[in-house]
Structures are given as C-alpha cells and as structure tokens.
Design a binder for this molecule. Structure first.
Ligand code: HPA
Ligand code: ZN
Length: 319
C-alpha cells in the first residue's frame, strides 16, 4: 500500500499522457506533429526548463472543451489515488489557454467538474491554484486575475511558474497584493533554475506561504536558517530536477541534506507525464537512490499534510 500523502506541486497540464493527447487531438480534429504515441514519448527528452516548456505549451493545443479539461483532471486523480494521494492542490496555467482563445471559464469549470466528484470517486480532496506565467507581463497576470473573478470561489490561491531566470518574483508584486486582498493563498516557484535571492524575494516581496521547488536555497546558509526557523514548506520535485538537469542524477539530489538541515520538505511530481513518474513513483525513486528510510518517508508524507491548505482537523484526519 502506498503511503497516504498530499500532492502540493502538480501542474494539471503536465499530466497529459501521450495516449490522452492523441485521443483529444482526434476528438478535436487536431493534427499532432508526431506519428504516434511512441514518437511523442521520444520528444519528452529535454535537458532544460525552456525546451520542456516549449513542448508542454505546444501540446496543450489538444485541450479545447470543458470535457477535455474534465477528462484530463479525472485521469490524473485516478492515477493519484493509486499512488496514495489523499489530497491534491492542483496548479493550472490559465494564460496558456486564454492565449489560444480558450476562455478561462472553460478551463476552471471543466477542471472543477472532475474535482467536484473527486472525493466520492477517488477519495481525494482537492484545491485549485491558478498560476501566472512569469515570462509574460505583470499586466497580463493582473488581467488574468480580473478574468478569473467569476470563478474565484473555485480557486484557493495563486502561484507563479514558467521560465524563471530573468523573471524575478518582484515583477508580480501588484498581482500578489491584489490576490492577497481577495483572500487567496500565495505560493510561487522559486529557486528551481533561478538563484536563492528569488526565494528571499518571493517571501519578502510577494508574501508567499510555500516555495515551489526552492532547491537552490542550499546555496545560501542564512536563507536555509530562515526557512527552517519559519517552517516554510518547500514543494520539491526530484524527478523534475533530474529531467530538467537542475541536478545530474537523482543520487546527487540534496533531499537528505535538506531534511538533515530541518527544512520542511515535501516530495511531489510536478509534471508526471513528462518527468517519468507520479508521486509514489517519486517516493520509491528517492528511497532507492538516496537510501531514505521509512521514518524519513513518513516525515515527507506528514509534511505534505501539514503544508497543505487544509485546516488542522482535516490534515489530522488525513494522517
Ligand atoms: N517550472 C516552471 N514552470 C513549470 C514547471 C516547472 O517545473 N512545470 C510546469 N510549468
Ligand atoms: Zn512546477
């Protein structure tokens, strides 16, 4: 039995398996530039964030209707249930869809159809987090928040993703202030490819409650001390780090040192269709590659509920 856990760093668009991509392409009359799923899988070989993102955004062309988004989310939740996931906080990238002429309502309502049935069907409670693409303008992020207004009852918080370097958190100060004023929870990707200073900036300027990735905090001992003291959760994605070459091989992942330092680490899958594993696969991989014992795996699982946007009682119950 997989250990019960919460998944806190999961891009729903990153769960698009080649088989579903082809099925949706056929349904929507879209021609993919790959002969078959095998050829598409071969394209899932990239060695940096930008190369991955290019494929990731281009494949989203197959997602057009509410039913498409519903099917995508339901397929993820079914797999997540098999992986021991009891609670999932799911990212989506509205701008990647609105840029293609898909209204934000189609995305949110389609995903919500699957999320609304998730507890009953899959035994997984869910939350939705809307991410802004940091390589787009701050104004575009603000416009997206405005467009999301009619759907905010379905969205618990905001995040920041896409190409990190050259797009520091402070660029998005205004939209984070506006989101906080609306009672939304705040997270951001920082310190994946970008420097430790971006983590500090996400905390100080954006006021985020969790850091997505945060791997590069290890380069700054004072920052590590702060993250430990304030128990700031880090949503680590070790398989993603290897596939995008933030580290060379999983055996060199600093997760054990991060746990030794007292950091509030969680382990997540990021974009599992692309990075070679869902979250329990990731737990297995880090156990094997890094020799984590059962106690440490339990700590990671416990942290995932503690770091979730669940009230205390719900988190205790899930444990
Ligand atoms: N980093 C940045 N943007 C992303 C990622 C990631 O790992 N996955 C999907 N969008
Ligand atoms: Zn991510």
């Amino acid at each position: 039995m997989p250990i019960p856990k919460a998944e806190l760093h999961l891009h729903i668009e990153g769960t698009l398996e080649p088989e579903l991509a082809f099925a949706l392409a056929a349904r929507n009359g879209i021609e993919l530039p790959y002969a078959d799923t095998e050829e598409l899988r071969k394209a899932y070989l990239f060695d940096d964030l930008q190369t991955f993102l290019n494929l990731y955004y281009s494949l989203m062309a197959v997602l057009r209707t509410e039913a498409d988004f519903e099917e995508l989310a339901d397929a993820y939740l079914a797999r997540a249930a098999e992986q021991g996931v009891r609670h999932a906080e799911i990212f989506f990238d509205p701008q990647a869809h609105t840029a293609r002429g898909i209204p934000i309502g189609t995305v949110v309502e389609g995903l919500s159809r699957a999320l609304d049935r998730s507890e009953e069907r899959h035994g997984i409670s869910t939350r939705l987090i809307m991410c802004f693409l940091r390589d787009q303008s701050a104004d575009s992020a603000l416009e997206t928040l405005t467009a999301a207004e009619p759907h905010l009852h379905r969205i618990i918080g905001i995040g920041l993703d896409s190409a990190e370097v050259g797009h520091p958190p402070a660029k998005f100060r205004k939209v984070y202030e506006a989101a906080a004023a609306r009672g939304l929870r705040l997270v951001a990707h920082a310190g994946e490819e970008g420097p430790p200073a971006y983590i500090t900036e996400a905390l100080d300027v954006l006021g985020v409650e969790r850091i997505d990735h945060g791997l590069r905090c290890m380069e700054d001992p004072a920052l590590v001390e702060r993250l430990v003291r304030d128990r700031v959760p880090l949503t680590l994605c070790p398989l993603s780090n290897v596939r995008l070459r933030a580290i060379d091989v999983l055996e060199e992942h600093p997760l054990p040192q991060m746990l030794d330092a007292g950091l509030m680490c969680t382990v997540n899958s990021d974009d599992p269709a692309y990075f070679g594993g869902y979250v329990d696969d990731t737990f297995h991989a880090v156990r094997e590659a890094l020799g984590l014992d059962q106690e440490r795996l339990r700590t990671l699982a416990r942290n995932s509920f503690e770091a979730a946007f669940l009230d205390r009682d719900a988190a205790d119950e899930a444990l």
